[in-house]
Design a protein around this ligand. Structure first.
Ligand code: GLU
Length: 305
């Protein structure tokens, strides 16, 4: 699945060029009215359109959204390229944020009707169980353990766990180089921190967010930061003088949209949106991650999730 970083970047640029000319796709799942979508897209500048007259039979989440008249989405906001809030401009960007917007649009809600809530890795299941959010889009790996409490639509993206180290570090070349002398930082409640504990002798340090780990790395407080490569590449790209991603990915992280357990109707609706919306997916990917070198393949959704 993974592609070589340099080759991948070239391939991704090619995809970007294609996607920019071919991002004209109606929003799947709308019950009707896709006439005039192309014009709407040009005006709004988004590759998706806001659906009209949506109904989803038997979805408690959709009922709650309809009663409220807005969508509450859980996201990350410190992960450049994926889920990022620019503190200066207040603008939210990233592949996950755009997936969240695309879902909202397919439910009939535009940007003004979305409330984004930052939720850390450790708190995602509880937020969904409590009904604090309607759905969660933020580097959220589908796991059996999480599925005991919640459900996932997707997968919509696949990446793998990696390591971020100081640019001048020559000692940590990959997971196999980690020893009991190394301190590796990651987020509480993530698959990433668990894997380091399970599979390496390294010491771990945990925070709520990966950006705090990156600060520690820059201040020589830890030897490495670990999480999904797609996330780490975003941090390295912001500071290539001081940071680099090393080694081969050592897991498969299949990103899903977290939803309430039992809301099969919503799950199917979002899965159909992903299945039918390949061109939208590519446009979102190219815009946010096209130059990063991560895999540019949209995975097939798995109805069994
Ligand atoms: N994808 C991994 C997970 O869901 C790591 C990234 C994150 O914490 O969001 O645990």
């Amino acid at each position: 699945m993974r592609i070589n970083r340099i080759g991948g970047a070239v391939a991704a640029f090619a995809v970007a060029a294609l996607a920019l000319t071919g991002c004209n796709s109606g929003t799947p799942g709308a019950t009707d009215d896709s006439t005039g979508d192309a014009a709407e897209e040009t005006t709004s500048g988004t590759p998706w359109t806001v659906a009209e007259d949506v109904t989803i039979e038997g979805s408690p989440t959709f009922d709650a959204i309809s009663d409220r008249g807005s969508v509450v989405v859980g996201v990350k906001e410190d992960q450049p390229g994926l889920g990022f809030l620019d503190p200066a401009t207040g603008e939210r960007t990233g592949f996950d944020v755009d997936v969240a917007r695309w879902i909202a649009a397919s439910l009939g809600y535009d940007e003004d009707d979305i409330e984004f809530q930052p939720i850390a890795s450790a708190n995602r299941e509880q937020a969904l169980v409590n009904g604090d959010i309607d759905y969660y889009v933020g580097t959220y790996s589908i796991t059996d353990k999480r599925k005991e409490q919640i459900a996932f639509a997707g997968p919509y993206f696949i990446t793998g766990q990696g390591l971020l180290v100081a640019a001048d570090n020559e000692d940590i070349t990959g997971i196999d180089a980690l020893t009991a002398d190394h301190v590796v930082c990651s987020a509480t409640g993530s698959t990433s921190v668990q894997r380091i504990k399970d599979e390496t002798p390294a010491q771990t340090k945990e925070y709520d967010t990966y950006s705090t780990c990156v600060e520690d790395l820059k201040n020589n407080q830890v030897d490495a930061v670990t999480t999904d490569e797609a996330i780490l590449i975003g941090y390295a790209a912001q500071d290539p003088e001081n940071l680099k991603v090393v080694g081969e990915p050592f897991s498969e992280e299949r990103y899903g949209v977290g939803i309430a357990k039992g809301d099969t109707a919503l799950q199917e609706y979002i899965n159909t949106m992903f299945t039918d919306g390949g061109e939208v997916w590519e446009a979102i990917f190219s815009k946010n991650l096209g130059a990063s070198g991560v895999s540019a393949d949209q995975p097939e959704v798995d109805a069994a999730e």
